[in-house]
Design a protein around this ligand. Sequence first.
Ligand SMILES: *Cc1c(COP(=O)(O)O)cnc(C)c1O
Length: 224
Amino acid sequence: MSINTEAYHSIKEKTDAAKALLVAVSKTKPNEDIFTLYEMGHRDFGENYVQELLKKQLELPSDIRWHFIGHLQTNKVKQIAPFVHLIHGVDSFRMLDAIEKEGKKLNKKINCLIQVHIAEEETKFGFDITEAREAATHFFIEIKYPHVNLCGLMGMASFTEDAEVIKNEFAILKSLFDEIKAMKDADTNSFTTLSMGMSADYPIALENGSTLVRIGSMLFGARN
Ligand SMILES: *Cc1c(COP(=O)(O)O)cnc(C)c1O
């Protein structure tokens, strides 16, 4: 068994205190490890690869809430649409169109987060801030995607040791989150999730308004 249960309890204490959700990122890890956390009462798991997620979803308990946190291809949306709890990495208007199409076919609303590019690195996917604002207006003002439920934003900070840089990037995302949230009526607002923070930077994320952290290696050990 390679779950670090001590780390789990310690992280859970911090996320509970911040009223944030802990998503255990189980990509590349075996079913036994997921099941260990499941037996401890954990239900939210994050995966990055469609084939791996489909296999695990079939083999593991059906009340697990699967979060798709990786880079999704438009032609694979239909494979996860029937069961996925939340798609975190919606990073283009093409992807929104693809999710809308599948939601319509299934006659349901698919929960999504818009991924916003906040890091310095070129390689990270996502909308820039202007595009994210524009996407939000498509939801809240024009109602262009009736089968997509925009639940919030997701972002990844730069891969750096410099806590100040990370903090600034998270703060930028939090302020965009608040701005978009204010576009909609408080009563009917399901725009409540700010997905930011991973093993290396989740304490900074929680201090800066994260409502959901995605933690892999601190719980499951390093990936190969
Ligand atoms: C893999 C991954 C994580 C988890 O990363 P750790 O550093 O192992 O906690 C979180 N978010 C995304 C988008 C990932 O791809």
